[in-house]
Each structure stands twice: as structure tokens, then as C-alpha cells.
Design a protein around this ligand. Structure first.
Ligand code: ASP
Length: 328
């Protein structure tokens, strides 16, 4: 080794304690805008949660975090985009329970729905509500069930595609009341809500993050929340147990993902920013208005998220297989 090379090596080694020995990508992360893909249309619940989280994370990361909507096929189009993106932490996915149902529901996908992702952290759990167009001829869940059973052939039910939260909730409802309805898929429940407001869709089950304000303003009817307890944001809405349909219960969780192979230092930094965002009083207050709360800090970590996600995949697998209803 030449004297020059030896000196250069010595100089480099001296810099290691100052962090220059770690991969440059992780050290300087983030140095530019981050994109979070929402696998549903703008204006819906996943979009709303993501925009609030992105804004707050951006402040902690010192970079802009933009939201991009890539809706369609129950969230699989947006998920595929992220699974196939460069694993550098600049393209992320904020998705919901669909990440746990897709691996079983979709037997043919152009990406790996489990192995294609790194977890960053869980974000929130959101209750669902069963809503109807304003002039739906019922006011209570019991009355709505009667109408659904009587008019099942004429009624339509909106969802955001197979595997979407609205799809799962609709399946539960139809099973509980033993009455299938025509389902109309949308790229997200944001656009579907517009159709409920216009009176062209009769019923929808959607996260409170999309329905609370429409319910409280009287723009739509509500029959029940799908949680064991009433919600402070919707104190007059009965739980499904109170309303006489205890088996109609479902909660929707959201998580933040990066493409497989994203460096652990990068996902750790993103998880840290997520935890800061979830403690932001402004975000907490807005979440509360929308009937939801952030997850506990220890759940907003890559390891806790992965454990929860894999357990939920295992939970849904036998249910989907028993129903024999696949997306293909
Ligand atoms: N709430 C939707 C669903 O049914 C998706 C969305 O638009 O956020 O999964």
C-alpha cells in the first residue's frame, strides 16, 4: 500500500466515530421529498389519515411528504407500485387491513403482498359505520335490516373493491342479515361517498374518518358503529350489540410500509417520525373529531407492526378460505 493510500485509509478510519462509516443513504436520509402512496382515491378515509400523518411526519423529517393516490383493485394497484419502487425510503405505502386480507384473497398478483414490504409502524385503528343515503326508508338498524331483507334485489351497496374495508364490512353485514345486495366497486370510498350523498348508492359501510362529519351534519343516515363501545365523536349512534346485531363488528387498522430492502436505518428514522406525528396534539385532536385515535407508541415500530400484520394475515386466512370468495 502506498503511503498516500495508507494516509487516506487512516483519515477515513478517523472519521468513523463521527458516523461517516455508516451507509451514506441512511446518514443523509431524508434529503428530498418523500411520497406516500395511498392505494385508494383522494377524499376517502385512508387518504384523510395519510394526509394528517404525512404533514406531521414531514415537520419532524424536515422534508415535504407528499401523498399520491393510486386507487383501484381493492388497493392492490397502489401496493404494487410501492412493492416495485426503489427501496430507498422515498416511496412509502399507507394501507389498511387490506394488507392482511390481500395475501389470501388475491391468488394472482404481480408483486409479493407480504415479502415485498418492510414495516415501519402501525398508525391507527378506525371503527366502521353503516350509513345510508338520506332518504333511505329506515332510522334504526332493525328497520334497516327489514328493508335490506325485503328489497335486497333493488338495493345497492358501495365498496372500494375486493379486500377493501368496505368490502369486508359489507360481507359481514350481508352474512349477518342473510341478504346479498348488488355491490358497486369504486376506487375508494371518497368517490363512493359522493354517490351516497347524491342518493345513487343506498348503503355503505365506511371508516368514521370518512363518515363522522356527514353523519353529524345529517347528510347521510347512520344505523350503527361496528365497535363494542359508543364513540365520543358519535355519541348518539348505537353499537351493533345495542342495535341487535352483535356479530356485526369490525375495526380497521392502518400501517406504514416501505419496499422490501429499504435499509433498517431508514425505516427506523421513518418510524421515529411516525411516533412523533402520532403524539402531535393537532393530529390527535383531528383524529378525535373523526372518531379515531393513534396507536400506542410501541405499536408504531417496525417489529410490532410486522408481528401484528402477520398475525392478522393468519387470522383472516381461514375465514377467507372458508368463504371461498377469491378476487380472481
Ligand atoms: N375506506 C375504504 C375501504 O373501503 C378505502 C378508502 O377509500 O380509504 O377500504
Amino acid at each position: 500500500m502506498s503511503r498516500f493510500a495508507r494516509r487516506a485509509l487512516f483519515a477515513l478510519a478517523a472519521l468513523v466515530p463521527f458516523g461517516l462509516g455508516r451507509p451514506a443513504a441512511a446518514d443523509s436520509f431524508p434529503s428530498r421529498t418523500i411520497t406516500v402512496v395511498v392505494p385508494f382515491a383522494a377524499g376517502g378515509p385512508t387518504d384523510t389519515v395519510t394526509r394528517l400523518v404525512a404533514e406531521s411526519m414531514g415537520r419532524d423529517l424536515g422534508q415535504t411528504v407528499v401523498v399520491e393516490n393510486a386507487g383501484g383493485a381493492g388497493g392492490t394497484i397502489g401496493a404494487q407500485r410501492v412493492a416495485q419502487a426503489k427501496p430507498d425510503g422515498y416511496t412509502l405505502l399507507l394501507h389498511h387491513i387490506g394488507m392482511a386480507t390481500t395475501p389470501t384473497l388475491y391468488r394472482r398478483l404481480a408483486y409479493d403482498p407480504v415479502g415485498g414490504f418492510e414495516t415501519i409502524g402501525l398508525v391507527t385503528e378506525v371503527p366502521m359505520t353503516l350509513i345510508a343515503k338520506k332518504d333511505f326508508p329506515a332510522t334504526t338498524l332493525a328497520e334497516a335490516v327489514k328493508v335490506i331483507r325485503r328489497d335486497q334485489e333493488k338495493l345497492n351497496y358501495a365498496n372500494a373493491g375486493i379486500g377493501a374495508a368496505s368490502h369486508l364490512c359489507g360481507l359481514l353485514l350481508m352474512k349477518a342479515v342473510d341478504a346479498p345486495m348488488t355491490t358497486v366497486p369504486f376506487r375508494g370510498t371518497g368517490p363512493a361517498m359522493q354517490e351516497v350523498l347524491a342518493g345513487r348508492i343506498d348503503l355503505m359501510c365506511d371508516q368514521t374518518t370518512n363518515t363522522t362529519e356527514q353523519i353529524n351534519s345529517g347528510a347521510v343516515k347512520v344505523f350503527t358503529v361496528t365497535t363494542p363501545e359508543r364513540l365520543p365523536a358519535l355519541p348518539n349512534v348505537p353499537t351493533s350489540t345495542e342495535a341487535g346485531l352483535p356479530e356485526f363488528q369490525v375495526g380497521i387498522w392502518h400501517g406504514l410500509y416501505a419496499p422490501k430492502g429499504t435499509p433498517a436505518e431508514v425505516t427506523a428514522r421513518l418510524s421515529q417520525a411516525l411516533q412523533v406525528a402520532l403524539r402531535d396534539p393537532k393530529l390527535i385532536a383531528r383524529f378525535a373529531e373523526l372518531g379515531t385515535t393513534p396507536v400506542a407508541q410501541e405499536m408504531a415500530t417496525p417489529a410490532a407492526h410486522r408481528k401484528f400484520w402477520l398475525a392478522d394475515i393468519a387470522k383472516w386466512k381461514p375465514i377467507i378460505q372458508a368463504a371461498g370468495q377469491y378476487a380472481d
